[in-house]
Design a protein around this ligand. Structure first.
Ligand code: 3HC
Ligand code: NAI
Length: 692
């Protein structure tokens, strides 16, 4: 049963019941049509109320049906809306919680709408790269006016129902019980004829053409690679210029076009990937969580400060611990400055700043953090320092406290062994700046308890991060892959590229920042430090030595005003450096490589397929639970272009046999050892399958 039918005197009530959000799947659509027909056939019924059980009215098309035959099976949403709109008895939509996408479109097909305050009203389809496909672009402007409707459709953002009170969207706002209010309303209008239909209204705005032109220009500037926002404007324009049915037809055409675009496929993939990432196959969804009411952070440096802000932003009191008062003072001052900057941008009020600073305590003594529910260590990246900290935490923390490490390269299993409670130890790998970046890699140690993992996944949501589980390995998911990407970038320099060409090519592909600009921002010395360790621990792994030469000259990046590029003090603009370029060319000669012209296409393929090949190994080894988790890591932590859906999804769209062919071609080049096709990639390519 996905919609129930009840009779309240002379009013029929159809209640959508398809948890979690009453998605309009096939069974629900059928049940609505059946309910309306039943009410029409019953002479005792004068009006129909359509409402939703649970969380809200409806979250729209059932996304679980996307890409299945059921999505298209009759009655389609169009048919449902036609049945409702053409019913000979009034249909009243009674809205609470949320009316989104197809849910709002269904409500717009009803003759009347009533709502309680606090409901989220939206046409969010644009966020999935499509547009409202069941009349939303034609009906919403008719009830809200062109400007307001266009804003909602192009942004996809929800608006609270009370903000729309007084518009033609709602015939009445209900105080108190929604069903009672809706029944009262329905009785009041039951005999009124003709039945009002949104389709009969006209969209009016003086100089609509001028406004639409302005809207197109504005939207074009922000939509970047995404076609949907502009198509939304086109569809809304049709609501002004075309008769209703023609407008509806036009909307349908655009919808069908957009559904096929690679950008929409990428956005839908990202939507599902985000939700999939929170599911851990061997950890049941109903695992009892450990309560997180307070936190502690060890180390108030770059990462520790940002991590503490996350807790304060979520209203969780947090204490930072350091070895010296000056370090604490510095950490607190940086946090305050960050909040003040947000305040200057109008994102935070003084009261919020005070409240958040009030939640951040500081201490030099371990004894005062013993009662925290979770402690996150963010001290220097040095096993000996981590060991001392974890031994101390094991002594002072209350039983059941979660002990987390923000290490970016060290072995979490080894860290866990410094305690007598390895089941409570987990990795929480934040990205810099930790208060801004969405990604949180959650590193599951060999002995990490299920409830610890589930609690940290839930915490990620509370602090508004995208949590992705990673197994223990060098670099976890993200940095292990980026290492291959950076290696290729180095080899490209040896073979004939200069930093600016590599950066330009990959930025044109859509990356926020190329590898050399990124390295200059992060500090070239960090990679140098890691490489020096690798030269000893893993001498078989090859690297271009150009980056070492750069560091030997003290060119650490922006912080020294010199890196792969030149910088003027206080200016982040990267200027190609003649000295560096000459050094690169000289290096090629030194190692006997004949420099050649490398195409932008080759640059992109080598950088991206290096990610893909390592990603395939990571899936195969079970370090990532699924390929789409890797996509989430890259979309939320590494600036991979959203419209391409992440490296693994992108590889799927290119075709795995093509990716494999390119990798085999690269394996005949300058550094064959860096191109061993991952067995999983070979297997899927041969079987004609995909990662996702
Ligand atoms: N259909 C089915 N299930 C849905 C759904 C939908 N439309 N929207 C969300 N869900 C599911 C989620 O998958 C999740 O399931 P899970 O617990 O099994 O993982 C559960 O509902 C809760 O979702 P969230 O974790 O996202 O919960 P929130 O409370 O944070 O958000 C929401 C709720 C605002 C409804 C958010 O889920 C959302 O934005 N959903 C998408 C809404 C949307 O885009 N609707 C338009 C669909 S396209 C359409 O209608 C086409 C039409 O124009 C023809
Ligand atoms: P940082 O050098 O900015 O801060 C470290 C802080 O720890 C310093 O303030 C120091 O005084 C303090 N500290 C050192 N030993 C301590 C001890 N025994 N007890 C208490 N405090 C101590 O370093 P950063 O960049 O914040 O890195 C911290 C951790 O986060 C490292 O493990 C690093 O690998 C990891 N990380 C760093 C990222 C980055 O981009 N900086 C990204 C992701 C993880």
């Amino acid at each position: 049963m996905t919609a129930t039918y009840q009779v309240h005197g002379d009013i029929a009530v159809i209640t959508l019941e398809n948890p979690p959000v009453n998605g309009l799947g096939h069974a629900t659509r059928s049940a609505i049509v059946d309910g309306v027909q039943r009410a029409l056939e019953d002479a005792a019924i004068r009006a129909i109320v359509l409402t939703g059980a649970g969380k809200g009215f409806s979250g729209g098309a059932d996304i679980r049906e996307f890409n299945t035959p059921k999505a298209l099976q009759e009655p389609s949403l169009h048919t449902v809306i036609r049945v409702v709109e053409s019913a000979g008895k009034p249909v009243v939509a009674a809205i609470h919680g949320l009316a989104m996408g197809g849910g709002l479109e269904l409500a717009l097909g009803c003759h009347y709408r009533v709502a309680v305050a606090g409901a989220q009203i939206a046409l969010p389809e644009v966020k999935l790269g499509i547009l409202p496909g069941a009349g939303g672009t034609q009906r919403l402007p008719r009830v809200l006016g062109l400007e307001r409707a266009l804003n909602m459709i192009v942004s996809g953002s929800p608006v609270l129902s009370e903000k729309l009170a007084g518009t033609r969207l709602f015939d009445q706002m209900i105080d108190g019980d929604l069903l009672q209010g809706a029944l009262g309303f329905a009785r009041g209008i039951a005999d009124q004829r003709p039945l009002p239909k949104v389709r009969d209204l006209r969209v009016s705005l003086p100089n609509a053409d001028g406004y639409l032109q302005f809207a197109r220009n504005t939207v074009r500037a922000v939509a970047a690679q995404f076609p949907a926002p502009l198509k939304c404007v086109d569809a809304v324009a049709a609501a002004v210029s075309k008769p209703f049915d023609e407008g509806l037809h036009f909307e349908r055409q655009l919808f069908l076009e957009l559904v096929q675009t690679s950008e929409s496929k990428a956005l839908r993939h990202a939507f599902f990937a985000e939700r999939a990432a929170s599911k851990i196959p061997d950890v049941p969804g109903d695992t009892v969580l450990r309560p997180i009411r307070s936190a502690a952070v060890i180390g108030a440096g770059t990462m520790g400060g940002g991590i503490a802000m996350n807790f304060a932003n979520a209203g969780i009191p947090v204490t930072m611990l350091e070895t010296k008062q000056e370090a604490l003072d510095k950490g607190l001052a940086t946090i305050r400055k960050n909040y003040e900057n947000s305040m200057k941008k109008g994102k935070l009020t003084q009261a919020q700043l005070d409240q958040r600073m009030g939640l951040i305590g500081s201490t030099l003594s371990y004894e005062s953090i013993g009662s925290a529910d979770i402690v996150i260590e963010a001290v220097f990246e040095d096993m000996a320092v981590k060991e001392a900290v974890f031994r101390k935490l094991d002594e002072v923390m209350k039983p059941g406290a979660i002990l987390a490490s923000n290490t970016s390269t060290l072995d979490v299993d080894k860290i866990a062994q410094f305690t007598r409670r390895p089941q409570d130890v987990i990795g929480t790998h934040f990205f810099s700046p930790a208060n801004v970046m969405k990604l949180l890699e959650i590193v599951r140690g060999r002995q990490t308890a299920n409830d610890v993992l589930a609690t940290v996944m839930d915490l990620a949501k509370k602090i508004r991060k995208t949590g992705v589980v990673s197994g223990v390995c060098d670099g976890f998911i993200g940095n292990r892959m980026v290492e291959q990407y950076i290696r290729q970038a180095g080899f490209l320099l040896e073979e004939g590229c200069l930093p600016a060409q590599v950066d330009r090519a990959i930025e044109k592909f859509g990356f926020a920042m190329g590898p050399f600009r990124m390295s200059d921002l992060a500090g070239n010395d960090i990679g140098w430090y890691i490489r020096k360790r690798r030269y000893v621990e893993k001498p078989e792994v090859t690297y271009s030595r150009i980056a070492d030469k750069l560091c030997e000259q003290g060119r650490f990046g922006q912080k020294t005003s010199a890196g792969w590029y030149d910088y003027k003090p206080g200016d982040r603009k990267a200027r190609p450096s003649e000295a560096v370029n000459q050094m690169i060319i000289a290096h090629s000669a030194e190692i006997g490589v004949q420099r050649r012209q490398v195409s932008d296409e080759e640059i992109v393929e080598r950088l991206v397929y290096a990610l893909v090949n390592e990603g395939a190994l990571i899936v195969e080894e079970g370090i990532a639970l699924r390929a789409s988790d890797i996509d989430m890591v890259y979309l939320t932590g590494y600036g991979f272009p959203l419209f391409r859906g992440g490296p693994m999804f992108y590889a799927d769209t290119v075709g795995l046999p093509n990716v494999l062919m390119a990798i085999r071609r690269f394996a005949k080049g300058h550094h064959p050892e860096a191109w061993r096709p991952a067995p999983l990639l070979e297997k899927l390519a041969t079987e004609g399958k995909t990662f996702n």
